[in-house]
Design a protein around this ligand. Structure first.
Ligand code: ATP
Length: 663
């Protein structure tokens, strides 16, 4: 049953307490989700998933953490890299073997279906000469595949390394496909393709988790749970919101979903207890606080009227959250990115520096900083691009020749104590007191506690001369706590570009398609279809075609990189209208883009329906700035932000876009 209200998590479950969860329990719900269409689909999806979680909570609670990760297509928290590392080649080879067909046949079929999941489902079913891989299943009555077996196989795949890893991975996949029904095989392959086609992302799964706990608090007796009291109640939905908020807060400070769920299994709906156990700690990155863009100094002064604030240099590098634990000899220093991924191995020089210089009275700390490349001869910060040249995994001697300077701007944790609730004046003074600047290796963000327009303007110009992007303006005393993961009004960014272009921020957009190039771009892509991210609908929405600002070298590079992600149909999570392109890509890469202004367009879909029912928002004169490897597609500029930017433009800009193809 799709309705959460009429679902009995015990009697409707296809397995008993203590029995391993059949994988079909999950795939049946995934099938149901695929049928959800129309306006209420988000609600229905939440209901279906929360029912799966409720049943698991009651009958097999120890499986809930991994089940949550399964739906999010993860094998653990982001800061532990648990990638399966399966490319399309390995996948097509495995599917071909599983279906007893040639790779060529499978690729042809993929061009028609656009999804290896469908290809394997059809191919496995249609297979006549049950040769190689399905013989065993035919002759002996196969046991149903369990969720545990599938998830453990994925974990095994992620651990394969060395020369034989590809064939080891293939063997694991084939074994799984051998035991799976056609429908199960479809979802195994989709999972490995990193797209279950549920149209849902982490936010929906968290809401479903909150809802399942509201229905079925873990430590409640099932009898009480089954009496469906007040399910439709306003109060019930209030409780869901309260739990969702509480779980989200815990995850911002402690982004380990598996551990948070384990604690929830103990504390049920008691959010105070959840927060007591899931809070900031060394070795687990806090979701970083983010800033709101502003268009000028006047806006800053208007927003911060009557408040003490400070202006800091906005350095142009990679965010580095540095964790230090003197007692942990293996992992004394860890560095995390804006995306919560570990960058520790990419910066062994920074790790060494911190180890060597951490003052003796410091046992533990978390320092928030920007890592920049530094030219020690000319004593200046180098452009961001220099930093991106450093290898991500195997850092070479050559890489280490580029000096990295830590520009420290906040202190979140000190000697066993969280500083998140302290105001910025306190956090900053503690940072200045406990750390020492060291030329070219560690500096404190340069700041000025200015209040007059003229002095801010002067400081902004100075920051740009010193190779920074502009200023970060932060509240000092009231409303000045550190707000993990929030794009807060208490941090404003004032970039030089805003002042030049008359239009707010640059945008971070996802590359979803391309048209082939002509002339000197023949054989490569010529222009790219870009999309923003609607975080309520969890969909990408097309916003512009872009061809400017990309050098010839970059064109070659992007061709090589994007070719590997080509798909034969538009991505399933993309909202597009008439705009079609020569090739579509799996949404994976985020690029920073600037534009002259925003206009309404009948062709593009950003924030479609918010201003006019038939027209979305589009960019005019978009220009490529740089790649953003530190951002996931969910971190791309949201359609709400686009709408805000659009509304804040002077009225005359909001005219209809003449059907120009903006390049
Ligand atoms: P966002 O992080 O806001 O989504 P973004 O990644 O594109 O956007 P910016 O808009 O450029 O980043 O601004 C915020 C980033 O600026 C921070 O994430 C941090 O990496 C960097 N930064 C540089 N200097 C500072 C500073 N003094 N205080 C805070 N952040 C700073």
């Amino acid at each position: 049953p799709t309705s959460a209200n009429g679902y009995d998590p015990i009697n409707d479950a296809p397995f008993y307490r203590g029995q391993a969860i059949p994988f079909s329990f999950l795939t049946n719900s995934l099938c149901e989700i695929e049928q959800c269409k129309g306006k209420r689909s988000t609600q229905q999806i939440k209901d279906i998933i929360s029912n799966v979680f409720r049943t698991t909570l009651l009958l097999c609670p120890e499986e809930l953490p991994d089940m949550f990760y399964f739906f999010c297509i993860k094998l653990g928290p982001d800061y532990e890299s648990n990638e399966t590392g399966i490319g399309l080649e390995l996948l097509s080879n495995s599917v071909a073997k599983a279906c007893g067909k040639s790779v060529k046949q499978i690729r042809e079929q993929y061009k028609i279906d656009g999804d290896y999941g469908i290809v394997v489902e059809k191919g496995k079913g249609a297979q006549k000469s049950l040769g190689n891989f399905f013989k065993k299943q035919e002759t002996t009555k196969a046991k149903p595949l369990t969720f545990r077996k599938v998830y453990e196989s994925f974990q095994k795949i992620s651990k394969c390394s060395g020369n034989n890893s590809q064939s080891e991975k293939e063997t694991i996949i084939l074994k799984l496909l051998q035991e799976a029904t056609n429908e199960e095989a479809k979802y195994i392959v989709r999972w490995l393709q990193k797209n279950l086609k549920t149209g849902a992302a982490e936010k929906t799964y968290l809401a479903a988790l909150a809802r399942s706990i509201a229905y079925t608090p873990p430590n409640t007796k099932p009898m009480i749970v089954n009496a469906r009291i007040g399910m439709q109640d306003y109060q019930f939905y209030q409780k869901c919101d309260y739990l969702e908020h509480g779980i989200n807060e815990a995850i911002c400070e402690f982004p380990n979903h598996g551990e948070v769920i384990k604690v929830l299994l103990q504390v049920g709906d008691d959010m105070a207890k959840l927060k007591q156990q899931c809070h900031i700690r060394i070795g687990i990155p806090v979701k970083p606080m983010l800033a709101k863009p502003t268009k000028g100094i006047r806006e800053v002064l208007d927003r911060f009227e009557q408040q003490k604030f400070t202006c800091e240099y906005k350095y142009d590098g990679f965010r580095g959250q540095i964790h230090f634990d003197r007692s942990n000899l293996d992992k004394q220093v860890m560095i995390y990115s804006r995306n919560l991924e570990s960058m520790t191995h990419q910066y062994p020089d920074v790790v060494e520096f911190i180890k060597r210089t951490a003052s003796i009275e410091l046992d533990t700390f978390i320092l928030d900083s920007e890592l920049v490349a530094f030219d020690t001869i000319n004593n200046r910060i180098l452009p961001f691009q220099v930093l991106t040249q450093r290898s991500r995994k195997n850092v070479t001697e050559e890489d280490l020749k580029t000096k990295i300077c830590v520009c420290a701007f906040d202190l979140l944790y000190l000697n066993g104590k969280s500083l998140l609730k302290e105001n910025f004046t306190t956090r900053r003074s503690l940072m200045h007191y406990h750390f020492k600047e060291k030329e070219h290796s560690l500096i404190f963000a340069k700041y000025k506690d200015a209040e007059a327009v003229e002095s801010i303007e002067e400081f902004l110009q100075e920051s740009i001369k010193d190779s920074c992007e502009g200023l970060m303006v932060k509240t000092l005393e009231s409303n000045a706590t550190y707000e993990p993961s929030k794009r807060s009004l208490n941090w404003l960014k004032l970039k030089k570009d805003y002042l030049d272009s008359g239009f707010g921020d640059s945008l971070d957009l996802v590359v979803v398609g391309a048209d082939f190039g002509k002339g000197k771009r023949a054989g490569l892509y010529g222009s790219f279809l870009m999309a923003c991210f609607d975080d309520n609908l969890e969909m990408l929405q097309t916003i512009t075609m872009m061809a400017s600002g990309i050098t010839d070298d970059q064109m070659y590079l992007f061709h090589e990189m994007l070719q590997k992600t080509e798909i034969s149909r538009p991505p399933t999570n993309l909202k597009y209208k008439d705009k079609s392109v020569d090739v579509w890509f799996q949404p994976r890469y985020v690029w920073e883009v600037k534009c002259a202004d925003l206009s309404l367009s009948p062709v593009y879909c950003a924030s479609l329906g918010s201003i006019e029912s038939n027209r979305g928002i589009a960019l005019r004169f978009p220009r490529f700035i740089r790649e953003r490897p530190d951002k996931n597609i969910e971190d791309a500029t949201s359609s709400n932000q686009i709408l805000e930017y659009f509304k804040s433009q002077p009225q005359h800009l909001n005219k209809e876009a003449e059907e120009e193809e903006f390049e």
